[in-house]
Design a protein around this ligand. Structure first.
Ligand code: TRP
Ligand code: SF4
Length: 403
């Protein structure tokens, strides 16, 4: 695969409130790991927030700021990853518009999140053009950086699949060249006899037998060629699969096994369930929230035995406690040897210990808004430079250069 694109990871987050433990365990820890391995682009999806908060924009500005600070506080390193704000890179909007011209309405309407979210957020009027088009905006976010890998949750996989279909359609419509086949064959010859034969064999294996491994091997082969141009590489990549050049490569979802973070009430931790612990929550408030968490309803009195399986506190121990502690709880709860407060204390200690350094770093950044601004400016510039290149190419194949 073309390493400069496929090794690029992109992900975004909507700024609609303070980040909490669910974001930390479900998303951010993963990002922190990814930044060492890949070229990562992480952005604040402020336009995405507008698709549902268009009548409540006040929350967005503050959340953008808080979000960047929280990212930095949990260890996203601006020296490794590029951090930016979506609306500071207007190329996202341009690509969104250009892609919209060839996007069938039915493709958007059948994306499951469209109807699901409308159902879920009944108090909002989401029968808008912007809301219907939000997966397309997401596709533009991804394709404008030619990202190969997109870390997302299960609920977003359909959006990546949609992005793949759009890219395929785009390449099909705009990747055609009159003499594509000849040019491809010429490029194959330039690889030299041995590699040319290898390429042809791999292409055949993929086209005739659907051998995906052959496809990947062929892509690596193309990428490793020293003496053929970038244009030829695009042709050879496209020629593997069909009759067109690959202008916008198809991304893949990156599904990392992450802990589903339970909230204080046992449901998934989420702002809309009001069961969160914020990353910057003051320690006294964290302590109070955990102390007042519901437990197994059968344990009315201290002397009643309980069942951890029926208790949200136990679910949090799954994330925070080692085997010894878990055994202690299982035995202690079922025999009523420990009380619920005994059980909760180590949890309080663990959460406080986890969040103390994060909170401290966040407070540091709050006191230095200039350095946060500088990080963002640099990230936005870097992102924009990449996005501009893609748009140049897109305008060119669409015949919009006027030069
Ligand atoms: N739609 C994502 C969400 O709601 C956020 C997002 C916007 C995103 N653009 C993206 C995620 C691009 C990955 C890639 O969570
Ligand atoms: Fe829940 Fe722990 Fe109380 Fe058992 S002892 S009911 S696991 S809080």
């Amino acid at each position: 695969m073309n390493s400069s694109t496929s090794q690029r990871v992109l992900s975004g987050m909507r700024p609609t409130g303070l980040l909490h433990l669910g974001h930390l365990h479900g998303v951010l820890k993963n990002w922190v790991n990814l930044q060492h391995e890949y070229q990562c682009y992480f952005f604040v999806a402020d336009w995405h927030a507008l698709t549902t908060e268009y009548d409540n924009t006040g929350i967005i500005a503050q959340s953008v700021w808080d979000m960047i600070i929280d990212w930095l506080a949990v260890g996203i390193n601006p020296g490794e990853a590029t951090l930016f704000i979506q609306s500071k890179v207007p190329e996202h909007a341009e690509l969104h518009l250009l892609l919209s011209m060839s996007t069938p309405l039915s493709w958007l309407e059948r994306i499951p999140t469209y109807k699901d979210q409308q159902q879920k957020l009944k108090d909002k009027d989401l029968s808008t053009y912007g809301f219907l088009g939000y997966p397309l905006l997401q596709s533009a976010d991804i394709l404008v950086y030619k990202a190969g890998l997109v870390p997302v949750g299960d609920d977003q996989v359909a959006h990546i699949e949609f992005t793949r279909e759009l890219a395929r359609r785009f390449n099909h419509i705009y990747g055609r060249e009159a003499d594509f086949e000849e040019k491809s064959n010429e490029a194959i010859r330039k690889m030299g006899k041995k590699n040319a034969k290898l390429y042809k064999d791999l292409r055949k294996r993929y086209q005739e037998q659907g051998d995906g491994e052959a496809l990947n091997t062929a892509r690596v082969l193309i990428d490793n060629q020293q003496n053929i141009s970038l244009g030829d590489k695009k042709r050879l990549w496209g020629y593997l699969e069909g009759e067109t050049r690959t202008i916008l490569p198809e991304p893949e979802p990156l599904l990392t096994a992450v802990a589903k973070m339970p909230g204080l009430d046992g449901q998934k931790m989420s702002k809309s369930y009001n069961n969160t612990i914020a990353l910057r929550e003051p320690p006294a408030s964290i302590e109070k929230k955990i102390r007042t968490m519901p437990t197994d309803p059968a344990r009315m009195r201290r002397t009643d035995p309980g069942d951890p399986e029926k208790c949200p506190v136990w679910q949090l121990h799954q994330i925070y406690s080692d085997d010894d502690k878990k055994t202690w709880i299982q035995n202690g709860c079922r025999t009523a040897e420990i009380g619920c407060l005994d059980c909760k204390q180590p949890l309080i200690d663990s959460v406080l210990a986890e969040l103390a350094p994060i909170r401290e770093r966040a407070l540091g950044y709050i006191e230095e808004p200039e350095s946060v601004r500088a990080i963002l400016n640099e990230g936005c510039e870097k992102a924009r430079a990449t996005a501009r290149e893609t748009l140049e190419e897109v305008r060119q194949v669409m015949g919009l250069m006027y030069r």
